[in-house]
Design a protein around this ligand. Sequence first.
Ligand code: DOR
Length: 444
Amino acid sequence: MGATFDVILKGGVVVNHDGVGVRDIGVSDGRIMAIGDLGSASAGETIDCFGLTILPGVIDTQVHFREPGAEHKEDLESGSRAAVLGGVTAVFEMPNTDPQTVSAAALEDKLERARGRMHCDHAFFMGGTRENARELGELEMLPGCAGVKVFVGSSTGTLLLEDDEDIDVVLRHIRRRAAFHAEDEPRLRERAGLREPGRPETHPVWRDETAAMLATQRLVRLARAAGRRIHILHVSTAEEMAFLAHHKDVASVEVTPHHLTLTADSYASLGTKLQMNPPVRDSRHRIGLWAGLANGTADILGSDHAPHTLEEKAKPYPDSPSGMAGVQTLVPIMLDQVNAGCLSIERFVDMTSAGPARLFQIACKGRIAAGYDADFTIVDMRRRQEITDDWIASRCAWTPYAGHTVSAWPVGTMVRGRVVMWEGDLLAPATGEPVRFLETLPRS
Ligand code: DOR
């Protein structure tokens, strides 16, 4: 008599620590139990995965879901629905909401709002401010907290910590890796006059490569002095990537699909839809980012999902807000790049599952291995499909990739053993749970 599982995923091409190959996966109680030929086993449910590729669940470590405060753009339900429709099984959400996530009460409020409404697993970043800097050591340890996030250059919202002294206080009070939006605020202020009304193509002139590089260099210097680990979000310049290659002992690196696949040439067709902080720049930077991806300097891919409504985006630049949706398109856009030969499928997994788990010390996610959560992103690597605005579940209902045909598609999303999405349909109630972290597991 063979083993019995709750679910067997049958015959998919599994990408895991062991390589790439056809295997069955047995799942019980939401955990992976067995990997291999499970021909003699039985299960309550068998999912036919022949012809499909099974990846460890994709973890998007940078999304803005706007709740509380701007639910007309997005909320935790719609944002997480977009995530699972796009094959994403867990998200880390950013603190620039209203109120901001800068206290234990604000974090608890988000976790409470997420319960029974979020379709994927989740954690929330704690915003670092001058006021809470000395408490961050305790705040970052709270269950459901992904760590501390600091804006050293202003973006959407008012979270900002621009002085070295203040950043130093934050770094000296925390232990976990902290995430940073790196654009130099004094330089942004100095150059604000370079924005030309009605011309979003001047966005990267204002927020230039030097602004990004200055902030990244300062952060590395401060992190080194304080002996802390930092995570530079959405690296957008070739120079930062080359610099960060020399500082991997203190700094980890995120790149985004939009900085890897779009360039300043598209301001003509996309206008303010392309407006993002840090900006999408010319192709020299795109090439530099791919070089950092190829040589391993870049650790992870995050979408920086930052929805704004079409009405808001229709305001003339620079009154138009910065940001675009991305959580739902991360998997198809980047797997299309895999098929185009720009990165391997193993590297994709390294950057979307193993990488997030390694950097943020996630417990039991990020690998297809016995004892780990049964989170899977199930994809068809041969499905050609057009990305359309209609498909976007985000409240903003648009994507800069509308009209773009990709060569791979997420067909199934499993979160802790439950199929939450299959062929574009939501199949389960919203039972997302807080992500657990090794550094903050409760002690008994
Ligand atoms: O363009 C951006 N929009 N960059 C950010 O860092 C924040 C985001 C938002 O929240 O809209």
